[in-house]
Design a protein around this ligand. Structure first.
Ligand code: XIL
Length: 302
């Protein structure tokens, strides 16, 4: 196959990109998206702050622009993200009581999932809840841990399942790529516990914002899959350039391809010129939409 999406589809997988609605006036951006990718994640437009800027008042237009375009082209849509400590609207941080925050969180999850019911195939229900340091299982300090305690993750997943019984519910994070790292083990233990107790969870997202993927990356994907969840590479970008970058992209792609429950890869943008990693060139197309070595490495590995 001659495109990333078509190549991924040969094994029943998808190959997606993050899209920013603000760049959709760039016709080469949209043409490259349509040609190469068969899935999408809104880069910012579905986050709590942008989509519910004041309480129970929703601004769907930018996210809808991305979703409607994607669906008109037959693409899959990942929902990103319902509960995250970052990019929150200011009203969420303003000294709410626990019960008020709990009802705001449940309402947010319910309203957003209802709006995109049947359109989104998977939701990042909770994003980046685990801390980077500390003992296995340590959560990041946030308004959610402070007010609701560590059980907020479970509460969010239960509310999500109540809102939509048919969509895949994912936990998504970065630095959970090394199979033996403490942060990875914390997420692993949570998924195992959720599965054992019947807390609804269907997938784990490995963001994969890399310098270099760890050598046990494939083993890591396999260990999550063995718990009975799908694994998706959700925000892939690799700093650097040339053959070193291409090799890293190849290894990531091969690792996903080697694990049947690794169901898709999403890169965090199309072109280096719009990457969130400013000053770096971490994507598959350069600033002029030329295919890079990394592009060819991925295409060959799919
Ligand atoms: C980033 C976006 O790319 C930026 O445009 C924005 O300013 C900040 O968020 N982890 C995530 C993504 O889950 O939502 C983040 O996206 C990158 C890190």
């Amino acid at each position: 196959a001659g495109t990333l999406g078509a190549a991924a589809a040969q094994s029943g997988r998808y190959f997606g990109t993050a899209i920013a609605a603000g760049h959709m006036s760039d016709s080469t951006y949209v043409a490259t998206w349509d040609r190469e990718f068969n899935a999408v994640t809104a880069e910012n437009e579905m986050k709590w702050g942008p989509i519910e800027p004041s309480r129970n008042s929703f601004n769907w237009s930018s996210a809808d622009q991305i979703v409607n375009h994607a669906l008109s082209k037959g693409m899959k849509v990942r929902g990103h993200t319902l509960v995250w400590h970052a990019q929150l609207p200011s009203w969420v941080n303003s000294g709410m009581s626990a019960s008020d925050l709990r009802s705001a969180m449940t309402n947010h999850i319910t309203q957003v999932m209802n709006h995109y019911k049947g359109k989104v195939f998977a939701w990042d229900v909770v994003n980046e809840a685990f801390a980077d340091g500390g003992a296995v299982g340590t959560l990041r300090d946030s308004i959610f841990t402070q007010k609701l305690g560590n059980g907020f993750i479970e509460e969010a997943f239960r509310a999500a399942r109540a809102a939509d019984p048919n969509v895949k519910l994912c936990y998504n994070d970065y630095n959970i790529d090394n199979a033996t790292a403490a942060k990875t083990q914390g997420v692993y233990n949570m998924v195992k516990d959720f599965k054992a107790r019947g807390v609804p969870i269907d997938c784990v997202g490995l963001q994969s914002h890399f310098g270099n993927p760890p050598s046990n990356y494939q083993q890591n994907i396999a260990q999550f899959a063995a718990l009975g969840v799908d694994v998706q590479i959700t925000e892939l970008d690799v700093g650097g350039s040339g053959s070193t970058q291409a090799d890293a992209y190849r290894r990531v792609t091969q690792a996903c391809m080697a694990v049947p429950r690794c169901t898709g890869i999403t890169v965090w943008g199309i072109t280096d010129k719009y990457s969130w990693r400013s000053g770096d060139t971490p994507l598959l197309f350069d600033g002029n939409y030329n295919k890079k070595q990394a592009y060819t490495a991925v295409l060959d590995a799919l």
